[in-house]
Design a binder for this molecule. Sequence first.
Ligand SMILES: C[S@@+](CC[C@H](N)C(=O)[O-])C[C@H]1O[C@@H](n2cnc3c(N)ncnc32)[C@H](O)[C@@H]1O
Length: 254
Amino acid sequence: MTKWDFWGEKQFAEVYENIYIRALTEDWFGIVFGIVKEIKGGKILDIGCGEGHTTKQILDRLEYDYSCDLLEPNKKALSYAKTFLSPENNIGKLFTAPLSKLKTDEKYDYIFTSHTNYYWASDEKSYQEQLLKLTDLLKKKGKLLILTLPEESDHYNIAIKQVYPKFNYSEYISDFYKKQGFSVKTKRYKMRMYVGDILSGKINFDLKNYYRFIHNTNTLPTATEVKKFLANIIKHQRNNYLDFKDDLIIITKK
Ligand SMILES: C[S@@+](CC[C@H](N)C(=O)[O-])C[C@H]1O[C@@H](n2cnc3c(N)ncnc32)[C@H](O)[C@@H]1O
């Protein structure tokens, strides 16, 4: 099975491939095209690039000259991303650090981050500091693109416990920046996940792995938890698909 080393301290074999198997490619590329449309070249920074898969999907489609710096706390993932991206993409500086520890005098035309905000901080104050840090890294008229889940995502609907604090919801982020006086636009995308295999299977192997993915845990669920989780999936699926939805929050410095 494919192993996705997204977290240095948590290398979950089997778990992270869930998302790649289930995600509807057409929906995901709708999001990628949406991000590409917002970026007009110049100096770019990708926050939490992982192994650079999303980075490449975006950079490969840019119509303008660019140089893209990469920030990623996982050293191994960043090294992989550099090797993977450098032959075909214009990669600049590499920062092996979490966002909170980034130290640089660089200013960017565009900063993007795809599904990383959940890991920035566990307390609201430190989370807000990082939201402000991102806009401080922008040039005048620079643009920050944050891709994250809205409160009504089926990812959150099917979870049997709250995994990430509410300040991770896209609505919180857009309200925060609006209050700070930034210009904020949110584009809502569909992000459907196939669960027909889970709903038809007699053995709960995939269901249990999906539970681990949704709850960001390596621990397998108890029988009661499995039952509750399955009931939530059944309730929220439509024609064997959940819709995680994805919000692209576009923050512009005036
Ligand atoms: C779900 S993966 C997303 C990877 C990539 N952006 C993508 O869309 O495919 C989350 C990434 O955030 C990174 N990450 C974790 N904590 C972070 C932090 N404090 N600051 C920046 N990135 C972080 C992880 O190492 C991981 O690569």
